[in-house]
Design a protein around this ligand. Structure first.
Ligand SMILES: *[C@@H]1O[C@H](CO)[C@@H](O)[C@H](O)[C@H]1NC(C)=O
Ligand SMILES: *[C@@H]1O[C@H](CO)[C@@H](O)[C@H](O)[C@H]1NC(C)=O
Ligand SMILES: *[C@@H]1O[C@H](CO)[C@@H](O)[C@H](O)[C@H]1NC(C)=O
Ligand SMILES: [Zn+2]
Length: 454
């Protein structure tokens, strides 16, 4: 244990320092050019056979709206308050409720409070609990969501603090010239893990899903901090390598901090002037079909597979490092809905190999998560979540299908909290509980992989 004490202490002090710097240079954080001060979010239930809500009700009133999520039970729509959907003719045929009264207030609960770092109590508290030899799981870093720069500096600190376990690798470069960073976590245990069996975890494929990024960082930190301290976690890292890409979409994430908190795609040019971004999760080549959407739309698939630079970089990276990793598991973190999705996304007709085990493992993950904090995660096939059972092609080109088909034995998409009360704007006080329940799922996953008879 003593081996870890000094680096961790150094690490905490450094993190506090770096957050001071990052905050000082980040005054307009999260407010951005796109103001959401006059929007609310409705949930419409589809349970009583109504017609096409968007076409019949919304479009005649405005095109200033945004579908946050939809599934077979409901559709969540953000819309300008002044539209007064409540007064629309025929609205009485729909069951609906207001999920978020004021989007602007909800956004402000996700960005760091300005004076966070001015309060030295946090630092003292960290050091104190640290000195008694207990690893503090409520690390200062996780008190707020962190911007891209802060996360990248933090990754470098991890590298310095855990030099025997961490390697930072570059997957590729984004359209705006940012680095896509992957953290390779390996105890280099050649006896236990001769083939470098690897679990891949990605966060932030969609920019606005901030909790997927904080959670990837949380899992990374737990793996490192618990190694050599707790028996089980030590075993996982002796027997498995991890490859974690906490911010899969750096340009989009950056943009969600500076300009538009609810941005989803990457930021590359499209054929249409002033419409930026391809939906990375519609860009992978496995059963890719064009979704025929206008380039301005949120789930624009691009004109060809791997048009999204992040997706093609990832594919090239895996191709060139193929000998080095034997990818065994893939977990793609998203939000929101509290769902565990198994392949395939592109079609409900395609039967995944090992379906029974895949479903059983999904329920195991869900149970591990519920046991942690009592939150229920629903298990379903990704095609149902995407709606490709109703409209073929809606789920085409996902990272999940690509990884499952080409690369990983087991693959899942985890849609984290919540079920819609805050949606994409999950307040920062939930970073830690979501991290904990997700880490419980990762541990379950490792147990499963290491002991197939479980
Ligand atoms: C749909 O829901 C509304 C509101 O609850 C109800 O008044 C209406 O009768 C329902 N329609 C059908 C066809 O069930
Ligand atoms: C490899 O893992 C085994 C089993 O956990 C452990 O006993 C051994 O010390 C590890 N080797 C190294 C070099 O860490
Ligand atoms: C990369 O690997 C995939 C899957 O194995 C393969 O289909 C593809 O042709 C490879 N691409 C290159 C450029 O090697
Ligand atoms: Zn997503």
């Amino acid at each position: 244990m003593a081996r870890r004490m000094i680096p961790l202490f150094y690490f905490l002090v450094s993190v506090v320092g770096l957050i001071n710097v990052a905050l000082a240079s980040n005054d307009g954080v999260g407010k951005g050019v796109v103001g959401y001060d006059s929007y609310k979010v409705y949930r419409f239930y589809k349970n009583n056979g109504t017609g096409d809500l968007i076409k019949d009700m919304v479009l005649p009133l405005t095109d200033d709206f945004n579908v946050w999520t939809h599934n077979k039970n409901f559709i969540d729509i953000m819309i300008a308050k002044e539209i007064n959907l409540e007064n629309a003719k025929g609205i009485e045929n729909y069951n609906y409720e207001v999920m978020i009264e004021d989007v602007y207030t909800a956004i402000s609960e996700t960005v760091p409070k300005k004076n966070e770092n001015r309060n030295n109590n946090d630092i003292n508290h960290q050091q104190e609990s640290f000195d008694v030899g207990k690893i503090n799981m409520d690390n200062f870093f996780f008190k707020e969501y962190r911007d891209l720069e802060t996360i990248y500096v933090w990754l470098d600190l991890l590298k310095r603090s855990f030099p025997d376990l961490v390697n930072i690798e570059t997957v590729g470069e984004t359209f705006e010239g940012r680095e896509m960073k992957a953290v390779h976590v390996s105890a280099n245990n050649r006896t236990m893990n001769p083939n470098k069996k690897t679990v891949v975890i990605t966060g932030g494929v969609h920019a606005r899903e901030w909790v997927s990024i904080s959670t990837a960082c949380w899992v990374l930190y737990q793996l490192l901090a618990r190694y050599g301290v707790y028996r089980k976690d030590t075993k996982y890292l002796n027997a498995l390598d991890f490859l974690i890409i906490p911010v899969f979409n750096p340009d989009g994430y950056k943009y969600s901090w500076t300009t538009d908190r609810l941005w989803r795609k990457n930021r590359q040019n499209t054929y249409w002037p002033n419409c930026y971004g391809v939906d990375i999760d519609h860009s992978f080549d496995y059963n890719w079909v064009s979704n025929d959407n206008f380039p301005c739309s949120e789930d624009y698939s691009g004109e060809k597979p791997f048009e999204a630079l992040e997706a093609s970089s990832w594919n090239n990276y895996l191709n060139t490092t193929k000998g080095e990793y034997q990818i065994y598991g893939y977990i793609d973190l998203h939000s929101y809905s509290q769902e565990i999705l198994y392949p395939y996304a592109y079609s409900c007709e395609a039967v995944p190999r090992d379906l029974e085990n895949l479903i059983e493992l999904s329920y195991g993950l869900g149970k591990a998560m519920r046991n942690k904090n009592g939150k229920k995660y629903q298990v379903l096939s990704a095609c149902q979540d995407r709606g490709s059972d109703l409209t073929p092609g809606l789920g085409a080109g996902s990272a999940l299908d690509y990884m499952y088909h080409h690369r990983a034995h087991w693959a899942f998409q985890l849609k984290l909290r919540d079920t819609g009360r805050h949606g994409f704007l999950l307040p920062s006080d939930q970073i830690t509980p979501v991290g904990k329940e997700t880490y419980a799922a990762i541990r379950y996953f490792c147990d499963f992989v290491l002991n197939p008879d479980l």
